[in-house]
Design a protein around this ligand. Sequence first.
Ligand code: ADP
Ligand code: ASP
Ligand code: MG
Length: 428
Amino acid sequence: MFKGKINVTRLLVQKFGGSSLADTDKIKGVADIITTAYDAGTQVVAIVSAMGKTTDGLVALANELNSSPQGRDYDMLLATGEMVSASLLALHLQSRGYKAIALTGFQAGVRTEDVYNTARIKDVETDYLNTLLEAGTIVIVTGFQGENSKGEICTLGRGGSDTSAVAIAGALKADACDIYTDVTGVYSTDPRIVPNAIKLDEIAHIEMMELARLGAKVLHPRSVEAARRWGVKVRVRSTFNLNDEGTLVVDEAMMSQDSTRAVAGVACDKNQARVAVIGLPDKPGIAAHLFKTLAEKSISVDMIIQSIGQDGVTNDIAFTVNTWDLQNAEAVLKPILHDLGAREVLLDDNVAKVSIVGVGMIDRPGVAASMFQALAEAEVNIGMIATSEIKISVLVSSSQSDKAVQAIHHAFFSDASSEELVPSKLGY
Ligand code: ADP
Ligand code: ASP
Ligand code: MG
């Protein structure tokens, strides 16, 4: 008898974040989502984060015993969080009569570069995964980790499970990669800071990548990079509100919704610190010496300002680094102050970077002016400014960062943001 072709999804990668797996009831809820897809005839690979705030707890434990934990053994510790949630989920699925297996990232074939704590995924060997899927097994993989060329565990940086999911989806040529989290999608800004933020139905890869790099933690920046490179269809949606379609991350050219907007979103990064090197001689080669020394120690520098000192013959150079690089930056700079001819180095970690991002701001005058006007009206002082074609960032004091985000968001989204605070929007 002829059977009509049923349009089922062949293979789906589903990723569940920490808050989606925070306790055993939530793990049961995640199992419901997986089995709904599986029962509809879809092969499922589920990528899991550690339960709730487990990774924060592991970091705190390590810090109690070592003032700067790092390297191989730190990664071995951090990787354990995901192993707990993956095995609990597999055990629960088995108790419900499903064939399920929990794999560590390295058992699943995730190969990373030889870097601890912030490794990039080099490739994913899919033979074992494919064999399991063809046998009808639901495969659960620990996110956030893989194996380097020496067979050691390497983690991918905080929030890296998103990248595990997209890389595995790309390698398996999955139909889609659904990122299940505790909000119903990507918003115009963090809905915890601006409750009436707007949920975006679609966002361009390039905008999402910038927002993620600038502090919107809803997706790990490298996951967006991977989605674009491997053409993975990524959707961000809520574990707790399955009626909402979420946000699709798409190529800019495929955007179907209002692409005339100047700004896609506002992001805030509180893990920023400012370093100022005071009294540098005003002559060629000084900036090169300073930044080369920092680069040799792998310290990334972001916003940079050079200003003429009050005496007219010296310069001050200020720049931002991530807070976790601040001690290192100080340790690197103090010994070369004499060589540089500088007077002193000043550090400030009470700062935050607030940014707007949007491909629509290219060649559109007045966007920066509107942002600065909003900050002026909110009486927020701007410490530093950095721009590129599709972003504008300002450094503000960390105590004023929420106020800055709210004022800027209001300036660019006030027409659309008429919704009231609806707790269900957060998907709790
Ligand atoms: P998970 O544990 O599921 O990976 P994360 O905490 O890493 O979840 O990311 C989700 C959080 O990202 C949300 O709870 C929200 O507070 C925050 N967030 C920041 N910026 C945005 C944004 N523009 N849109 C949605 N969520 C955002
Ligand atoms: N558990 C890791 C973290 O908390 C990875 C992740 O959740 O994506 O950063
Ligand atoms: Mg996350």
